[in-house]
Design a protein around this ligand. Structure first.
Ligand code: 13P
Ligand code: SF4
Length: 307
């Protein structure tokens, strides 16, 4: 860590203490941001942490749908984003008209939206999910129900296969997780003998098929620390490596590809966080007519995930 970063980190720690601001970060954030966060989690844990925050003001170090979700779940709190342009290209590839068209054609279907969606999409969905709870939620839906899974086709297919079902899918996926390939994983397994392969369910189904464990970012971290194995090939964004290394330093970690960097997650920096804390900018709000519909899908997710 260089001197400038250390000074920024000290300033951030002081200001968040003075102003009583809670910092919630995703595992894909830069190492130094994970180090100053009050809470680090996967997208579901971040949403719950916002609800349970001990402070009235929360800074969300993550992409826009994460800050929006916190704003919708905590209307009595102030949600700050240090970089409003940090977004998720997969989340932005969904269109309300497509969902409404589908619902018109399939009025009995259940629309499940991955939390990686804008508030407008959640507002026309029946229930939300994240990679950590999708399977548990879908198991509680009527067995014969027709499901429209949006927007991540890979996540949808991977869950449907585990449940022995077929869903209707939206044609989108994460451009970062697409960089994990079966070919590269097989080469790494040859090079790093006895390594276990742990991947995020946003990866291609053919990658998931050869993995030893498939789970959310928090799931991958927990699996690595709990496992008796010592060597792991990690198939998700590189930021997770920092948290795993801190939690279980004796484990050997190999990133599945050197390209696993989400530029949107990495567009948040210490100086942007400091500016945001000093100026209480940018406050994230969601128009009430959208929030009152989207919150139903989010609350249903929490109800089913905690059942
Ligand atoms: P997690 O819910 O596993 O943290 O995933 C969020 C995400 O954006 C993955 O690309
Ligand atoms: Fe979106 Fe993929 Fe980045 Fe996650 S890693 S925020 S799904 S682009």
């Amino acid at each position: 860590m260089n001197k400038v970063d250390l000074k920024l980190m000290d300033d951030i720690k002081r200001i968040k203490q003075e102003k009583s601001i809670y910092i919630i970060a995703h595992y894909y954030q830069r190492d130094e941001i994970q180090d100053i966060a009050d809470f680090i989690g996967d997208s579901y844990a971040m949403a719950i942490a916002a609800k349970e925050s001990p402070c009235k003001t929360i800074l969300v170090a993550g992409v826009d749908f994460m800050a929006q979700t916190a704003a919708m779940l905590c209307p009595d709190k102030i949600i700050l984003s240090p970089e409003t342009r940090a977004t998720c290209p997969m989340a932005n590839s969904t269109f309300v008209e497509d969902i409404l068209d589908y619902k018109r054609d399939h009025p009995d279907a259940i629309v499940i939206s991955y939390v990686n969606t804008p508030a407008e999409i959640k507002a026309v969905s029946d229930i939300c999910c994240t990679s950590s709870n999708a399977e548990k939620i879908i198991r509680q839906l009527p067995e014969k129900s027709r499901i429209f899974f949006i927007p991540d086709r890979n996540l949808g297919i991977n869950i449907a296969r585990r449940l022995g079902r077929i869903f209707d899918y939206y044609y989108s996926s994460c451009p970062i997780h697409a960089r994990v390939t079966k070919k590269e994983i097989l080469q790494l397994k040859q090079k790093y003998l006895n390594a276990l392969v742990l991947v995020h369910p946003e990866c291609d189904p053919e990658v998931v098929e050869i993995a030893d464990y498939v789970g959310s970012t928090a799931g991958i971290l927990k699996y690595t620390c709990d496992s008796k194995a010592s060597r792991f090939i990690i198939g998700t964004e590189c930021g997770i490596m920092h948290s795993i290394q801190k939690a279980c330093p004796a484990k050997e970690l190999i990133l599945a590809s050197s390209e696993l960097i989400c530029p949107n997650m990495k567009s948040i920096t210490l100086d942007k966080i400091l500016y945001s804390l000093e100026n209480l900018e940018t406050v994230i709000t969601v128009e009430e007519s959208i929030r009152e519909k989207a919150i139903l899908a989010l609350e249903k997710m929490i109800e089913y995930a905690s059942a």
